[in-house]
Design a protein around this ligand. Sequence first.
Ligand code: SAM
Length: 271
Amino acid sequence: MNIGNVISEKRKALGLTQQALAEKLHVSFQAISKWENGTSCPDIELLPQIAAILKTTIDSLLGYPSQSVTDYDKRYGNEEYYWGLKPNNLCYEIMRIKPPVKPYKVIDIGCGEGKDAVFLARNGYDVTAFDASEQGLSKARELADTYGVKVDFFKADVRDFRLEADYDIIFSSGVFHYIPLELRENVVNNLKAHTTTNGINVVNVFVEKPFIPLPPDTEKGEFVVDSWKSGELFMYYHDWLFHKNEEWIFDCDSSGTPHKHCMDVLIAEKV
Ligand SMILES: C[S@@+](CC[C@H](N)C(=O)[O-])C[C@H]1O[C@@H](n2cnc3c(N)ncnc32)[C@H](O)[C@@H]1O
């Protein structure tokens, strides 16, 4: 499919008219019409914005299947839930700091098989969630159906998807290490800009420590991008109020070989 077909298909799937898309992009509706009938193409600088509005990736706009950097589709291929169904402890912290006295808008970035997104939806939050793994998303949708809750799950790549709407709570667990160094500031600034006042960002990230050997998964392509430095995540949020900034070292044998990880955990509020 060429880019015009992809734009047309995704626009219609979201129920957007050509005029509505044109307004969001500050272009004329004739421009959209020309892209969609193949007589012209959007400027390259518009691609990140088009991808964000159409809830997709630049890769898929250009007709490439979105390549997850990982083998998660395979890991999520079994019937059981790879990460189990117990919600992340950070979900309870979210409930403590921002109890669902109203349907706060949450986005779960890299939601995997959806255990946390579904848990939060079951507790009254208005949840949107994305992941690069189609297999994970399909199990996540099944889980939401099982509990009879609505979660807006969609496929996107954290490296090129940028938020357009504002959220009260932005949550991401075990995903930021997939964001390459050169994109980090841009990704984090987008999340911060799209957090409501008194909203929170709840994020953890694996960090490097000189005294902890690299995990064995490294050779298998799990930790493929530049590691985060200890404290780096906190620096990006230096101008927010910290509810939690912790670093912990834990044992893991996800690859079958026991090893250790170091993780920075942040809960920060935009004041
Ligand atoms: C360690 S798992 C964490 C899943 C989930 N947050 C949880 O805690 O159960 C990492 C997740 O990041 C997703 N992921 C990896 N690369 C990604 C990317 N570039 N964009 C979006 N998601 C990605 C994987 O598919 C996987 O579901």
